[in-house]
Design a protein around this ligand. Structure first.
Ligand SMILES: [Zn+2]
Ligand SMILES: [Zn+2]
Length: 340
């Protein structure tokens, strides 16, 4: 059997090793994908550092995958070789447990699969994925540009489109990093009066370029007070990982407003009186399933939304990972498989 190059983690806290592995064969309900690009996400550190209970090693990380279907299992009806597809965080579910029967596939209690955690992900030239975890990729989206939309994109897009904000409402996006720079674009293209909040006046021009009508420099201004001047935010999409920064904006929520948390901060302080007096809500959001990914990509193609990326070849995966972890990347880091 021919080999492929893959980047794997051998055990908790281990280095990322570039190895040769046999190209995997897809089981009956799986497809094989020739990977063109794979984004590097902060959640990949769960694999590298061993923070996911029960994770089996060696493991190939990567859940922002875009490529071409290369082979399909015997029972796969919906995909065929040659189609452009993506695979995101949600890697599969049973379909019959109570969570699945309620449509909450992300909460599957029997066979929840996470790409790059339950099975090998996209830091490789080929991967296999359950057919139900696969999304179609529009022709107009290049692989490198589509890859980060499979996690950072879907998370921000899906959180906003399932929020209680309606066209014309004030929506604030807290943070202008990997998630936030996409959140601002989605918010603006969905027709919300978009406010970007970040630290430092130098980020203002970027915020406006991404489509924000307003920019609040939280270093110089009180973001809550500034939001109140705009009538209050129906939704504040909190993309940062700093709980204090999230706490600082809650006073800017409009009546019935939602603090929509997608940044994995350790803790967060909320004023119960603020919640009670304005029927305000604090809510979390995960990413989404394959159809959500597909709709994220379609909306991005339709409206011209793109991730801003730093691109590395697979050979430099360790350096690319470190760059992502440094928090200095502008804004997502993406591996391109045949970039050598
Ligand atoms: Zn991710
Ligand atoms: Zn289930």
């Amino acid at each position: 059997m021919p080999n492929m190059r893959a980047a794997q983690i051998s055990g908790p806290g281990g280095a990322i090793q570039l190895v040769q592995r046999p190209i995997p064969e897809p089981p009956d309900d799986w497809v094989r994908i020739q990977v063109q690009a794979c984004g590097i996400c902060h959640s990949d550190s769960l694999v590298k550092e061993g923070h996911w209970p029960g994770l089996k090693y060696p493991r190939v990380p990567g859940h922002e995958v875009v490529g071409i279907v290369d082979a399909v299992g015997a029972r796969v009806a919906q995909w065929k070789a040659g189609q452009r597809v993506g695979v995101g965080w949600h890697g599969g579910h049973c379909g019959y447990c109570n969570a699945c029967r309620s449509g909450d596939f992300f909460g599957c209690q029997v066979a929840l699969q996470i790409t790059g955690i339950s099975f090998d992900g996209g830091y490789a030239e080929y991967m296999i994925a359950p057919a139900i975890a696969v999304a179609a990729v529009p022709d107009e989206l290049p692989a490198v540009e589509a890859a980060p939309l499979m996690c950072a994109g879907i998370t921000t897009y899906n959180a906003l489109r399932n929020s209680n904000a309606r066209a014309g409402d004030v929506v604030a996006v807290l943070g202008l990093g990997g998630l936030g720079h996409l959140g601002v674009q989605y918010s603006a293209k969905m027709g919300f009066k978009t406010v970007a909040i970040a630290r430092g006046e130098e980020k203002g021009p970027l915020a406006h370029k991404l489509g924000a009508q307003y920019y609040i420099d939280s270093h110089e201004q009180d973001p809550a007070a500034e939001l109140v001047k705009l009538g209050g935010a129906k939704v504040i999409l909190a993309t940062v990982t700093n709980g204090n920064a999230m706490s600082a904006v809650q006073g800017g929520l409009a009546l019935n407003g939602t603090l929509l948390v997608i940044g994995a901060a350790e803790s967060l302080q909320i004023s119960p009186l603020l919640l009670i007096s304005g029927k305000r809500l604090v809510k979390g959001w995960y990413s989404g399933t394959a159809i959500d990914s597909q709709e994220t990509l379609a909306f991005s193609a339709l409206t011209g939304i793109r991730s801003m990326n730093e691109v590395y070849p697979l050979d430099r995966v360790a350096e690319a990972y470190d760059r992502m972890m440094s928090g200095k990347a502008r804004f997502r880091v993406v591996l391109e498989m045949n970039a050598n």
